[in-house]
Design a protein. Sequence first.
Lengths: 660, 216
Amino acid sequence: MLDNASDLVVGPVFDTVDIGLVVLDSHCCIVGWNEWIARVSRRKARDVLGKTLLEVFPEVQHTRLTEVIDDSFRAGSSSILTHTLNELLPLQGESGEPLLHNIVVRPVSTVHASYCLLQITDVTVAVTRERVLRERQNARYHAIVDSAPDAIVTIDDNRNIQWVNGAVDDVLGYSHAELLGQQIDILLEPGSPLLQALAQTSVDSKAENAISVVGRHKHGKSGYFDVSLGHWRADQRNFVTTIWRDVTERMEADAALRDARDALQKSNEELESRVDERTREREIALQQLHESQKMESIGQLTGGVAHDFNNLLAVILGSLSLLKKAVPDNPRVSRLLDRAILGAERGATLTTRLLAFARRQELKVEFVALQKLIPEMLDFLRHSVGPNVVIHIEILPEVCAVEVDANQLELALINLAVNARDAMPQGGTLTIACHNENHGTRVGLPRDPFVCITVTDTGEGMSAATLARAQEPFFTTKGVGKGTGLGLSMVQGFTAQSGGAMRIGSEPGKGTKVTLWLPRAKESSAAAREETQPIQPAEARSLRVLLVDDDILVSMGAADMLLDLGHSVTEAQSGSYALKVLESDGPFDVVVTDYAMPGMNGFELAQRIKAGHPRLPIVLATGYAELPADRSIEFGHLSKPYTSKDLAAALEKALVARRP
Amino acid sequence: MTEDADQLTDIEQDALAEIANMGVSRAAHSLRQMVGEEVVLSVPAVKIVTRQAASKLVERNNAKKLVAVQQSFEGPFAGRALLIFPEAQSLELVRAIVGDEHSLEDVIDLEQEALAETGNIILNGCLATIANVLHRTMRMSLPSIVRGDGARLFEVNETSSGGQFVLFLYIDFNIKKRNVHGFIALLMDLPSIAALKDIVNDFVSGIEKQPSGHAG
């Protein structure tokens, strides 16, 4: 037997190979033990030959080795025992370190007997190399994964976090340990789209784009993330690696940009609407400007026409009155003259109204108590409106006095009353009410305080179109020949010239309300008016009069009147000529000068004369209110057109004023 | 016993299943020794199929990535023995054996060796048991690892290959509460199948005589 065994184990090859070789006979006794196994087991061949494996390595009894050796003999099986799954033999390397080894057990049969061959392989180097390789690979892998700025979180089927990279601390505020084993849900809001995506996708689904989610930081803070999913499978289990990119800053920048854009759009819209509004306001203002320019033009035209017409009427009236004196005894002629004078006077009334509209009439501003003036007018008003219209007067005692031309105010009220009557053909009620207005500026008046007079009727009212044109001169709703169309124009001109205003409010079927604002009288002016003295008639005497007028026709008429009054007249056609005459042909008792003249006007002339001849009386003849109110007091005053009676009175007044 | 050589009678089938279960029980015992925990192995079914059929059977659930531990054997019958798993299951099996404390990376590293040894234990268990039970001696090679689909494992496209038929056994592992399903396939040519059947029938008749003799 041993001879056979020797055949198996003897020879230089047996002792030269770099693996361990042990040969066992069917009694499990060691019959072969090569140099390699002797070296790593520290047992010489001579010490172990003939012994059982169990005697040499008692620890073997707890391993599979005995079993597989048995199988090898009984069933001819070959086995492998690895260091991975088994504790094997107590072998050591040269420096005493444990030797990692695998053992292969094979049956060996000869003609005479069966043996078992154990081949022991050192795998220390291979295992070490593998470990080093893996560590190197892992180092590379960790370098990439841990230096990634994005948080990387791997979860399993149950959404439990299995692995995270280092960035989770920065990105989500959690440490490694806090996240491992937790559900990924703690990083998400309930119902997050990421949870839906996890439920709907699998290893087999195609890679989707990143999912935008709101992520929750450890300390409750929220942030925006783009999360990409990578499904993978290992060890029969599904994993998902989620990569979290923090896009909070980008989202916030986007939001800020969006807000800024919205704000810009909003302010653009506001700007546009303001531009629209301003454009509308401007259009209205332009319309109002055009309206007032139109009225102004009409006023100037009317004023100009009336002025010239007035001069002509002055000539006509003057001439007629002289003519009447010349032929006093012819009743037929006298009647014709009276009719002509009446016509001329009506013409003068018309020009007065035109001038009133043009705000150029002569206003005799005085202290007027409405409590007195209006009741005094009542009879006349009743007569004007007829029996079908009831008149109410409502004036409280505390209503202040006004400072206006009383005659013009009466005329205005009569005009309004007549208009009201015409608006109420079936009769109705006319109410004239007065109250103090302390807040005129609120309704657009230039200053306070005012007294407000309202004239209200219960008539048919006016349409908006009619209302818009109501204040235009010559506009009338009455039949041809029934009205002049100057009524409201005159009232409007009068109030404006007096420093007040007029408004008309009306709606069809609801009557018309005309409101007049008139300036309240100052207390002091009331006292001043009290002392107006009656003029003492001077003794009749012949005066030497210097008459200045650029209009030869007017000048001739006036000269005729003066001559008729028994005065002597020297005529001058301009201011400068008048001054020359004054120097060369003086002295004169009085100067009568027209106001409106080319070159030097009447006022300038009067001032020049006054400078040289302070005691010389001067009378200014004016067709309308050209003179500033305060200056007119300096000199005598005569309103055109005038009669010889008016002229005589003016001369008288001027002489009295200059009387020492 | 005049049935087709490539078919098993019910008795032959039962007997082979019995022998296989004895074999895997032995293997289970070895594994238990290694793992230190309960290991249950069972063979629920045995049949003889063609290589083509076998290659389809192993691709259960269309899992084409397979790993097999292969050992050849010779003796009264000869051929190749294969322990086959879907690749994912093999890893699961290794993890079950080496323990949960190992990381996935470790398991992947160990897979080759661990799988070879585990397969070796199971195939040796089966073949050795067959040899023991049938009182025959066989020689078995060392295990090697083969990867590929069913066709590759059973060399379907290679006509020169010896074995035409496959003795096909399902095997279920239950290790540490994990269930792993695999297959054991013994590729043999027709004479080997016939020889196996003869030996099995001898064994069956031997058993049948024993109880009757015992009873008589």
